[in-house]
Structure formats: C-alpha cells, structure tokens
Design a protein around this ligand. Structure first.
Ligand code: UDX
Length: 452
C-alpha cells in the first residue's frame, strides 16, 4: 500500500497522544494535537513537554520546524479539517477496577459535533475495554449531523514509557481493527512508511490484542516472581534460572526479571480491567487474578525484607535509590518506591531519596522525604540502602564509595541488579529477590566480618 499524506487530529496530549502525533508528523502527515487544557497547550507550543520521555522533546522540536505538527486548544476546527482523528485521552481506573470511559465518551460527542462534510476515520488509540469501538460509533452516530460520513477503527498503542519514541518509530507490529474496507484502506496508507507487519483485524480483536498482550507480559513477570519465591526456598538464584529459561526461544529473555513487581500506569490498571471485562462477559479469569495477587505480595514481601534487615525501623536512616516506577521516566504512578517510602516514614525512619528525574514530582507527593543531590549524598550515615529503580547511574555506581559513606552497609536490591559476590566482597550485607543460592541459611548474604 502506498503512502498517503493525511490531515490528522490527535485528541489528548498525554504520553500516547504526544508520541503518536509526533511520530505521524515525522513520517510525513500533517498533525494537530488538541487538548482542552489551555495551560498544557501553551506549554507545548513553547516546545516544553510536561513529561520526561527520552527523545520526545527533540522529536517534537524537529517536526515543529517542518511545520507538520501543531497544537491547539480548539477541538472543533481541528477535527472538522481532519481525515483521521485519533482518540488518545486517558482511561484511568475507577475504584471498581474498571476503566473510566467518561473522557472517551465526552470526546466521541465532541468529535461527532465537529466532523467535516468529508469522510473521516475516528481511531481509538487509548487502551479501552472490548466493545468500546462499537460504543464510540453509536455515540458519534447519535450526535453527528445527519449525513456525516465516518468509520471507527481501533489502533492500540504498545509503547512503553522510557522507550516510547523508539517503540513508536520502530514498532514490532501495528494492529488495526476495522469494520469497513474504506477505513482499512485509509489506515494502511497512513502506516505505509512503517516497515513492520501491519495486522488488520476486526475492531473487537484489535481491542483484545492490547489487553491480552499487556496481561500476558504481567503474567510473565508474576510467573518469574513466583519462581523467585521457590528459588529462595530451594537455595537457587532466580537470575540464573531466568537466564536459563530465556534462552529457549519459545520463552524468550524479556520480562523475566524478578523483583518488586510491576508498577506504572498500564499493567496494574490494564490487568485489572481485563479481569473485569472477562467477568462481565461471563468468564472468571482467575489466572490473571493470581498474577495480580503475586504482584501485590511481591511489594509487601520486599517491605518485610527491609523491616527484617533493619530490625527496629524507628530512627533508622534509609537511603532510597530510584523513585519512578521504572528507569528513564519521571512517572510515579504505582511506583513501588512511593509505598516503600510511605511505609518507612510511617514507621519512624528517616528517608533520604535520590532519582535522576523524578524528585520534583516526588516532592509534591512525599514532602517528608529528604531528597539528595546525588546518589552518594543520600547514603551518608545510612543504615540501609534500598535500590528500588534500576537506573543505569545506580548500576554503575562506585559501591566502594557508597560502602564508605554508610553507617551500616545493608544493601537491599529490589531489582537484582548487583552481583552479590561483588557487593559482599566490598563489605555489604546483601538482600536480593529470589537469590537463595547466594544467601545464608537465613536468606542473607553478609560481607566479611559482619555478623548480626
Ligand atoms: C507497558 C507495556 O510494555 C507497553 O507495551 C504498554 O503499551 C504499556 O505498558 P510500561 O508500563 O511503560 O509499558 O513499562 P514496561 O517496561 O512494560 O514495565 C512495566 C512494569 O513491569 C515496570 O514496573 C517494570 O519495572 C516491571 N517489569 C518489567 C518487571 O518487574 N520485570 C520485567 O522483567 C519487566
């Protein structure tokens, strides 16, 4: 299918909207990103991004200079002129675990009222439950002027935070769900510049592909975390076990890192939502419910490890390395560091934390934490160091210097990034996750001359 340049409206300028807009402009389309928050639009127009995402600011700046990417606070004229409209608004979780679709419904109504007289494809990009496409279609039909010509398509986004630009410029696959030949042709022409496979399915299948993919990855993480438990009990090392498993190409090496469990804005919410969708459809998806349970337990078990290592928590000085839910992002949603810091503060510890980019956001949420200028400063006089997020700067840190700065060299490695033999040789007491093989009978690896 040959490339066809399109006028595109992207509604919603969060992670997904911004990256989608910038990448589609980069490959040659004319894109306007719309947001109903005027302050956000002003910031974007000044080419300042409200989020930290490697490569995104440079990409936005690049496509802005070509004139192919614009921002606007007015949905009606932008949608009215567009041939393809992407819905990229948030679907935050409701207390029930279901996704809150009120923004999607509102935007569908706004789009309906703004449609031009030409044919338009309205694309759901946000992660939504199956059948949302059909509901968006009905909503638009109800509110659009008589004779409006449009189709709805589903085009789920698979980008991960921290690698979003790379993921969107060079995806593994593009999934497009359509229920008309005309929409299929538009979507194929739109994505013609991408070299990866383009999978065209029905709308419901595309919606399920997104849920099933995220939940499968979450299952994989919970599986390895369950194996980590067994490794601790059996005297094995889950890092070695995962390496051995991952070399089987049917299993693959990715998403087999045991640790504090998954967090972030997607997996916790999407796994929950998939479970709810399944129940609503009449199937109890107990497998993913168990994955959720293992994940929650992983976090509480790690906190128990910290407690056990410190014994009395009150007045102990604890250094935290990493606050964001994963490296290369400043996103603190469902970040384990937040729970760990809160628990430590509630139990009377003095918490000093460092993160390369997330400290400004964390200050607002946890003002009682003392934030340090660099990873070494927070270790001064510490009774324990807890590695929560595996930023490269921590993996490459001078642990000899850290050891010298600490009052008691207890190292709790929530992501299994350190070599236990190396850190123990430096004099640390080491606690990983699922590393029974390198621990003593009580699950602890101590440095020379350091008993407890
Ligand atoms: C995820 C999906 O990868 C992406 O395709 C989807 O569009 C959105 O959700 P994201 O949440 O940004 O992306 O990050 P990801 O790298 O997938 O990590 C998710 C969580 O799993 C993080 O908390 C990470 O620390 C954890 N994780 C990941 C593990 O605990 N072990 C692993 O082996 C991999």
């Amino acid at each position: 299918m040959a490339f066809v340049e399109r006028r595109i409206a992207v509604v919603g300028t969060g992670y997904v909207g911004l990256v989608t807009g910038a990448v589609l402009a980069k490959v040659g389309h004319r894109v306007t990103c719309v947001d109903n928050d005027p302050a956000k639009v002003r910031i974007l127009e000044a080419v300042k991004l409200p989020i930290y995402e490697p490569g995104l600011e440079a990409l936005v700046e690049d496509v802005r200079t070509t004139g192919r990417l614009a921002f606007s606070g007015e949905i009606a004229p932008v949608v009215g002129a567009a041939e393809v409209v992407f819905i990229c608004v948030g679907t935050p979780p409701l207390p029930s675990g279901k996704a809150d679709l009120s923004y999607i419904e509102q935007v569908a109504r706004d789009i309906a009222r703004s449609l031009g007289t030409h044919y338009t494809v309205v694309v759901e990009k946000s992660t939504v439950p199956v059948h949302t496409g059909m509901r968006v279609k009905r909503t638009i039909e109800r509110h659009a002027p008589a004779g409006a010509r449009f189709d709805v398509a589903s085009n789920p986004e698979f980008l991960a935070e921290g690698t979003a630009v790379r993921d969107a410029l060079a995806p593994n696959r593009i999934v497009v769900g359509v229920d008309s030949e005309r929409a299929r042709v538009v979507m194929e022409g739109l994505y013609a510049p991408f070299a990866c496979p383009l999978i065209v399915t029905g709308i419901e299948s595309a919606e399920i592909i997104k849920h099933a993919s995220n939940s499968f990855l979450a299952l994989k993480i919970s599986y390895i975390n369950a194996v980590a438990r067994i490794c601790e009990l059996a005297g094995a090392d889950v890092v070695q076990v995962a390496r051995g498993m991952g070399l089987d190409e049917r299993i693959g090496p990715h998403f087999l890192r045991a640790g504090i469990g998954y967090g972030g804005s997607c997996f916790p919410k999407d796994v929950d939502a998939f479970g709810e969708i399944a129940s609503e459809l009449g199937y109890e998806f107990t497998l993913i419910r168990e994955a959720q349970r293992i994940n929650a337990e992983q976090r509480t078990r790690f906190i128990r490890k910290i407690e056990d290592a410190l014994w009395v928590v009150k007045d102990k000085r604890v250094a935290l390395w990493g606050l964001s839910f994963k490296p290369d992002t400043d996103d603190l949603r469902e970040a384990p560091a937040m729970d760990i810091a809160r628990w430590l503060l509630d139990h009377g510890a003095v918490v000093r934390a460092h993160d390369p980019v997330a400290m400004d956001k964390a200050r607002v949420l946890l003002p009682k934490v003392d934030y340090g200028a660099d990873p070494y400063a927070v270790c001064e006089g510490a009774d324990a160091l807890v590695l929560v997020t595996e930023w490269k700067t921590y993996i490459e840190a001078d642990l000899g210097r850290v050891r010298a700065a600490m009052r008691h060299p207890i190292l709790l490695d929530g992501r299994n990034v350190f070599d236990p033999a190396h850190v123990v040789a430096l004099g640390f007491e080491y606690h990983g996750v699922g590393r029974g093989a390198v621990a003593g009978h009580d699950g602890v690896v101590r440095g020379p001359g350091r008993g407890r």
